[in-house]
Design a protein around this ligand. Sequence first.
Ligand code: ACM
Length: 546
Amino acid sequence: MTSLIPTARGVVAGSGEVRLTARSRLSAGTGTEGVGRWLRGVLWQATGLPLPEAREPDDMQGDGTEGDGIALRIAPGLGPEEYRLVSDGTGVLVEGGGAAGVFWGAQTLRQLLGPDAYRKAPLDPGRTWAVPHLTVEDAPRFRWRGLMLDVSRHFMPKDGVLRYLDLMAAHKLNVFHFHLTDDQGWRVEIKRYPRLTETGSWRARTKFGHRASPLWEEKPHGGFYTQDDIREIVAYAAERHITVVPEIDVPGHSQAAISAYPELGNTDVIDTTSLSVWDSWGISANVLAPTDNTLRFYEGVFEELLELFPSEFIHVGGDECLKDQWRQSPTAQARIKELGLADEDALQSWFIGHFDKWLTARGRRLIGWDEILEGGLADGAAVSSWRGYEGGIAAARSGHDVVMCPEQHVYLDHRQDAGADEPVPIGYVRTLEDVYRFEPVPPQLTSAEAGHVLGTQANLWTEVMEDHARVDYQAFPRLAAFAEVAWSALPAPAERDFAGFEERMAVHYRRLDALGVGYRPPAGPLPWQRRPGVLGRPIEGAPPNR
Ligand code: ACM
């Protein structure tokens, strides 16, 4: 049993196995050199086998009896992310329509080698490494298989981000949505606005647990990525065929930026010089002023961002923008009048529409949370549908592209069990099975409309995940179920073989162990993963609460 996660389209088992030994070679054909470098690196760490480059294409094998080899090839005729892996008497051949396909095939090869292939040093240098004879044919269902990580509410140091890129790659996920700014911290260096990180990247203290909790952690929290850190993260992701989509959240979720540059706020409503980076959770009333100054400031931010991130899509947030300050602000009201807008929702549309045009003029595409539909969607904009399917359905019907990430299914900050010892106190219960039975394409869409569903994404908001152990606990094992939904062609939700998935998970947990992932065990949290009662209580009937 191969126990692949995510499961593959077709696996035909053979009999026998390919053995990798000190004499085995790895031949990376034209266009697959980067995958070859990656595979040689991870297998060298785990196995100690050098797998030198074959001198000639048919020199990939050792002597054919003790030391077979691995060959990577581009195969015209396969889709860019499609691959075929053949393990037989001549060795292991991984072919893909593009380097990405070969890379996903190499990930499958790693799974076939067993859990210890995920370690960073060999446990037993003398052991045998074998790949069963078989043929795997595989391709992804969706082209956007995303994970969003919020590094604003709790900062994840660079090494942790690189580790998450490795975890994504191991699950064949390919879009990293990097939530870099929010009320509680600004995390990316912008050279022309140094105070964004000098002031905006740290807060004096932090609300501990749910926003209604009476507890505070009375110590500064912060951190940011330098532009070189970002370049490294983007390059590391690219080596793993992952696109990094940065998010700069506007015009709401901007208190950290306003505290650094008070002129960005609604200065005719409140004294923005008294604001600091927010230390609590929820939705801040402090939103950007809809002024030319604000537009020019953020054009400057995005100019630097475009230099750092080559992705087609740039995320501009757009969610949960409270409009009270705009209602009270003579400046905002004058702008509404001057532009002939109906109301504050239309003002937000105008704001987002400005950046849609600005990004489009620079060859990029804007994506935002589904609130950007309110007041009219900018022409080329795509939507991250988070409040359910409705926003995504409306967007797809009007010809806009959509990433489905409804909070009812794939918000991995939500608790994964109703038990009193579940550590995360927010949201509704979303079990492993709930995530496994998530269907990204709602049945209401025609097939043409469904073509606008680029794919799906799981979101990790980190208000109650103060370190990587907490992030691991919330992400896993549910991210493995999500990856299968995003990659594999599963039947309709009710017909999905969850028991079969759990059987494969028994093997996958060993892989996660080797990777050092602090997942939630099937029997519930371990003693040190629990949280004290008052904060661990489910919130009856409460909406997801941040
Ligand atoms: C969101 O969860 N506010 C996008």
